[in-house]
Design a protein around this ligand. Structure first.
Ligand code: PNS
Length: 163
């Protein structure tokens, strides 16, 4: 099966400029990217999946080549439903490598037709992670330049709501 559609799965809690950059560059290879927000990660989240979807929809508003969706359960099953075998993931540092390798092996075991395509994060984004952004924002630091202003505003609102 040849695929012109890639799934870009993740937590996106919240989406960062690093994520957005992977999508933009991924579109240089694929005709369409489905950003798939996972429902069932074990991580403690700041935003509910539907809030992350709403944010991503605003960030990619008007883009016909970007679809925003959520999924529950196994990624391989979701990929089957979406009729594609291409998974796109960004790699920042060697720290990501082990985790990504494990996930891609697990997915390949579950469905040998599934291919994970890794894209190296641009160096200017290699220090950005959703976890670090949440921590900076939590302690009152500026996340300017790390996330879209809309995301920064939404994080502030969420932290206020939780305070
Ligand atoms: O942004 P993240 O948290 O690194 O993304 C991880 C994600 C959501 C891609 C991964 O946890 C996932 O695919 N979850 C779905 C469940 C699944 O298929 N697990 C088996 C492969 S690890």
């Amino acid at each position: 099966m040849r695929s012109k559609v890639a799934i870009y799965p993740g937590s996106f809690d919240p989406p960062t400029f690093g994520h957005m950059n992977i999508v933009e560059r991924g579109l240089g290879i694929f005709e369409k990217i489905i950003i798939a927000v996972a429902h069932n990660t074990s991580k403690r989240s700041l935003f509910r999946p539907e809030e992350r979807v709403a944010l991503l929809k605003k960030l990619f508003k008007g883009r016909k080549d970007v679809e925003i969706d959520t999924f529950e359960g196994l990624l391989v099953e979701y990929a089957r439903r979406k009729k594609t075998n291409a998974i796109l993931r960004g790699l920042r540092t060697v720290a990501d490598y082990e985790y990504e390798l494990q996930m891609s092996f697990a997915n390949k075991n579950l469905d040998p037709k599934l291919e994970t395509i890794f894209m190296m994060t641009e160096s200017r984004f290699s220090h950005i992670s959703s976890t670090i952004i949440k921590e900076i924002a939590y302690f009152g630091g500026s996340v300017k330049g790390l996330v879209h202003p809309l995301v920064a505003k939404t994080i502030q609102a969420k932290l206020k709501e939780r305070a």
